[in-house]
Design a protein around this ligand. Structure first.
Ligand code: FES
Length: 162
């Protein structure tokens, strides 16, 4: 979108332009501002941060702790978890989730214990299988996959990273 076109749109209401130019520059997505100046940049615009992982630093040990994560399993890609046996590789949070029973959803780090790949999982018969070298891992918290603490209240799953 050219500068002239954007200027034309904004100049339709001169009061808007004069009153809000500073606000526009302060709040507009950086790529939009750069585009209006004729500088192309490939980056997504969003009013929200894409990362949902909150981390805090433990002042005692210096280790980074990951804040608990809540997931609504009645929406989006998570609806499969409403049925026993439903599972999901939640790559945005590096998690494997599986509905074990009506009361329990187990959550694991999706990092394969073999070579660390995260993106080629299947699930069948209580086993996750990594497609890179076809190694399989139990959906038990005593298995090789790192298991996190979870609680399920109606459709809200809370994952604690301890
Ligand atoms: S990286 Fe997963 S089986 Fe090798």
């Amino acid at each position: 979108m050219s500068f002239l076109f954007i200027y034309f749109l904004l100049s339709l209401d001169k009061n808007f332009v004069m009153k809000n130019r500073r606000d526009f520059l302060k709040t507009a997505c950086k790529p939009v501002v750069l585009a209006t100046l004729g500088i192309p940049l490939l980056e997504a615009c969003s009013s929200e941060e894409l990362s949902t992982t909150d981390s805090t630093v433990n002042s005692n040990s210096g280790a980074t702790e990951r804040a608990p994560l809540t997931v609504n399993i009645s929406s989006g890609d998570f609806t499969g978890l409403q049925e026993v046996g439903g599972w999901l590789n939640y790559t945005g949070e590096n998690l494997l989730l599986v509905r074990i029973s009506e009361e329990v959803i187990r959550v694991f780090d999706n990092k394969c214990p073999h070579q660390g790949n995260r993106d080629s999982w299947t699930y069948n018969g209580s086993q996750f299988t990594c497609g890179y070298h076809n190694n399989s891992y139990s959906d038990s918290c005593s298995g090789s996959l790192k298991c996190y603490t979870t609680s399920l209240s109606e459709n809200t799953l809370t994952i604690t990273f301890d």
